[in-house]
Design a protein around this ligand. Structure first.
Ligand code: PBG
Length: 324
């Protein structure tokens, strides 16, 4: 057989493959999500996220030091709010001495260069488990946005580098940007969950924070997974309103959306490899049906290949270890 081109030449050895690899993961690609709880010296494994923990602040600080030493440059903070502090206004979210605010300060004190991002949405603080304020069974937009602005300013005041609104209310990016400007926080960034879908893959996360919606679902604010054009609309509006980084979430069932957004916007694109995606790999590996390490690297590489500049993932540490 005479062939003019033999593509397998470039796959012949590991060395050649490494020369021509188009996508290479690096530690600074990752954002490590952290679940923080009240108390001291507590690490609780999350039942549906084996190997992942919710930690008290002292142990969280230790963890952040370790992440930094491994080359991970960003953490995304989530806190678990006590039931007695939850209500329909979400006001614990902007308590200057709240767990989130204390966590931001403690982490920035311990590892000042670590890029601290904070989740902005009312669900952990809401007695209804919804991302916004509830009135007559509806999640009201404009009042929620006012609350999110207060929350964002409070995070900025505590030292957050980026606020990360994950609520999908209309107009919140513009309102948060104005709020930050008006209060002199001209160095605080916004990483917007721009195309966040109403997804079953968030299930384990809601276990971690005890934040499942008490009634209904999140489909009146999070996006319908049937839609692609809408993701472009949402993302372009967020960029216009002042988002510094945009996000697609979840990741692996939405690789087409990540590519679409990457081709459309001129800001960095992040993707959130969410709790259910973590749990699926863990569960299959536990059964002996998948090689966990290979599944982790293949998944994260595919998310980067799709166009994600940054990846929020519960596998951040594992991946860095595997990358050697
Ligand atoms: C809160 C929020 C959620 C996640 C991140 N921020 C849950 C939700 O929207 O219900 C999900 C993260 C994950 O599943 O890993 N608004």
């Amino acid at each position: 057989m005479y062939l003019q081109r033999r593509n397998r030449i470039l796959r012949r050895s590991a060395a050649i493959r490494s020369l021509v690899a188009e996508t290479i993961l690096r530690p600074a690609d990752f954002i490590a999500p952290l679940f923080i709880d009240e108390g001291e010296n507590i690490a609780t494994e999350i039942a549906s996220m084996q190997g992942y923990y919710r930690r008290s602040l002292d142990l969280t600080v230790k963890e952040v030091k370790e992440l930094w030493s491994m080359g991970i440059r960003s953490v995304l903070l989530f806190i678990k709010c006590k039931d007695e502090w939850k209500d329909n206004t979400g006001k614990e979210a902007w308590n200057p001495d709240g767990l989130m605010q204390r966590s931001i300060k403690a982490i920035k004190d311990a590892v000042p260069e670590m890029v601290v991002m904070t989740d902005v949405a009312l669900d952990p603080y809401s007695s209804y488990g919804h991302d916004g304020i509830v009135k007559e069974g509806e999640i009201v937009n404009d009042e929620t946005v006012e609350a999110l602005v207060k929350m964002s300013i409070s995070h900025a005041r505590s030292g957050a580098d980026f606020v990360a609104p994950s609520d999908m209310m209309d107009g919140r990016i513009g309102a948060i940007r104005s709020g930050l400007e008006e209060n002199g926080f001209t160095q605080t960034g916004i990483m917007s969950y721009s195309a966040k879908y109403a997804s079953c893959f968030y299930g384990p996360f809601r276990d971690a924070l005890d934040s499942a919606p008490g009634f209904g679902d999140k489909k009146t604010y999070q996006m319908d997974y049937a839609n692609r054009t809408e993701a472009i609309k949402e993302t372009l509006m967020d960029v216009e309103e002042g988002a510094d980084i945009v996000m697609v979430k979840p990741a692996m069932a939405y690789l087409d959306i990540i590519r679409e957004i990457k081709n459309t916007v001129d800001v960095p694109v992040s993707a959130y490899h969410v709790s259910g995606e973590y749990a699926m790999i863990k569960a299959a590996a536990k059964m002996g049906w998948l090689d966990e390490n290979k599944a982790v690297i293949e998944s994260l590489t595919s998310i980067k290949r799709a166009g994600a500049d940054l990846i929020a993932t519960y596998f951040a540490k594992d991946a860095v270890r595997l990358m050697g």
